[in-house]
Design a binder for this molecule. Sequence first.
Ligand code: FAD
Ligand code: NAI
Length: 467
Amino acid sequence: MSSYDLVVIGTGPGGYVCAIRASQLGLKVAVVEKRATFGGTCLNIGCIPSKALLHASHLFDEANHSFAQMGIVVDKPKLDHKAFLAFKDQAVDGNTKGVAFLMKKNKIDTYHGTASIPAAGKVDVAMADGTAQSLETKAIVIATGSDVAKLPGIEIDETRVVSSTGAIALEKVPGKLLVVGAGVIGLELGSVWRRLGAEVTVVEYLDRILPGMDLEVAKSFQRILEKQGIAFKLGTKVTGVDSSGKVLKVGVEPAAGGAAETLEADVVLVAIGRVPYTEGLGLEALGVETDKRGRVVTDHYYRTNVPGIFAIGDAIVGPMLAHKAEDEGVAIAELLAGQAGHVNYDVIPAVVYTSPEVASVGKTEEELKSAGIAYKVGKFPFLANGRAKANNETEGFVKFLADATTDKVLGAHIIGVEAGEMIHECAVLMEFGGSSEDLARTCHAHPTRSEAVKEAAMAVEKRAIHM
Ligand code: FAD
Ligand code: NAI
C-alpha cells in the first residue's frame, strides 16, 4: 500500500494548487482525479473554455461593429463554427496538459479514478482502468468542487436544455436562446451567443441581475447589456420546459404571482447556481459534517470535524471562484507543513468577463448600509478618461467606498473595458489596509484606464481633476 503525507481528492484549482504547494514544502503528495484530465471544472468546462469563447466572440463582434468606426474596412465576418469550438478545445487542452506537467515537475503521484474515504488516514481509488488502489495518508484534503444546480422538473439533456457544460459546446448558434438565471454564467455565456447572432432573453427570479454585486453597478450593467440586444425578464420564474416539439416551449410566470406566459426557444440554458459535489466520498458513514446546502463544514483551518480530513474550494462555504479555491489550497498546504496559511476573505476579487467587464472587491454599498457603517463614495466615469475616449470605449465607471472616518477603502467596483485587470490595484491597496488618499497620491501612467481608478480615489475627497 502506498503511503503519503497528503492525498488530495480532486485536481481543480483548489486541489492541484494545494498539491503543488504541499510538495514545495516537502510533503509526500498524491492526487486522485476521476476526470480523464486534470484541472477540474475550471480548466475543463468552466473558466478557461468560457473565457476562450468570450475572447473569440468579442473579436467577432468587434469586426462586425467596431472596425468600420476606426476606418478598418473588412468584409462582414463569417463564423466557422467548428474552428470556433476548436479554439476553445485547444485552450482547454493546453491548460490541462500544463497541470499534468506541473504534477510531474513537483513529483506528485497521480491516480486517475474515483476516490472514497473508508476511514481517516485511508483513501480507496476505483481506478479508471478498472483496478483498485488503497492509499494510506496522514492528511486528506477534499477538493471535489461543485456541480450544476438543477431546476426541479426540468431535465438537462445538454443539447437543447443545457447547463454551462452544454452551452460551451453548442453545435450551432441558436436562433433563440433563453437563459434561466442572470448570474455570472448566464450573462457571460448569454453574451457569447448573442455576439454570434442569437436572440437572447434572460429570465431571472429576483428583480435585479447579478445578486451580490453593488446594485448601482448591476443596474448600469443591465442597461449596457440591453443596448447590446440582451432582453431581461426580471422577477420571473420558469415553471417548466416542454421539449416535445421542434421548438422548446418555456412556461414562465411572475415570481410574485400573476399571469403565466409561454416563451419559445431553440436552446434553454439553466444557470441558477452550482451545488457542492461530494458524492461517493462516503462522508455520511465517516460522520463528516455537511450543512443544509451540502457544503462540507470546516473551521478557519479547513479542518472538518473528523481529524485528518480537510476541505477547500467549491465544496465548502464561500464564493465559488477558482482563485478562492487556489488560495485555500495554498493555505491548507502551508498549515499542514506547520506554517501560518491564511486567506483574507474580505479581499477576494470577482470579475464578470463580459464586454465591458464588471469587477469588484470588498463591500458593496448595500452591505455597508446594512452593517451601519458610515462611508464616502468616490466615482469617476470612463467618459472622462483620456485613454477610454481615444479608444472609443467609454462605457462604465470606477466607484470607491471608503470609511467616512478613517478613509480606509472598504470596497471598489469597476464596470468598463479591462475592469478585471484594473481591480487588482484596489485589491492590493485593501490588502495593505490602504486609504483612498494612498491611491489618490500614487502616480499612474498616462494615458491609461487605470487613471480612472486613481481619479475615483481622488473623488472620495471631491478632488478629481478631470470631472
Ligand atoms: P473543481 O474545479 O470543481 O474540481 C473538482 C475536481 O474534483 C473535478 O475535477 C472532479 O472531477 C474531481 N472529483 C470530484 N469527486 C471526486 C472523487 N470522488 N474522486 C476523484 N476526483 C473527484 N471561477 C472563476 O474564478 N473565474 C471564472 O471565470 C469562472 N468561470 C466559470 C465558468 C463556468 C462555466 C463555470 C461552471 C464555473 C466557473 N468558475 C469560475 C468557477 C470555478 O470553476 C470554480 O470555482 C472552481 O473550479 C472550483 O475549484 P475546486 O478546486 O473547488 O473544484
Ligand atoms: P449565480 O449564483 O451567479 O447566479 C444564479 C442566478 O440565478 C441568480 O441571479 C439567481 O437569483 C438566479 N436564479 C436562481 N434560481 C432561479 C430560478 N428558479 N429562476 C430564475 N432565476 C433563478 O450562478 P451561476 O451563474 O450558475 O454561476 C455558478 C457559479 O459559478 C457562481 O457561484 C460563480 O461564482 C461561478 N462562476 C464564476 C464566473 C466568474 O468568476 N467570472 C463565471 C461563471 C461562473
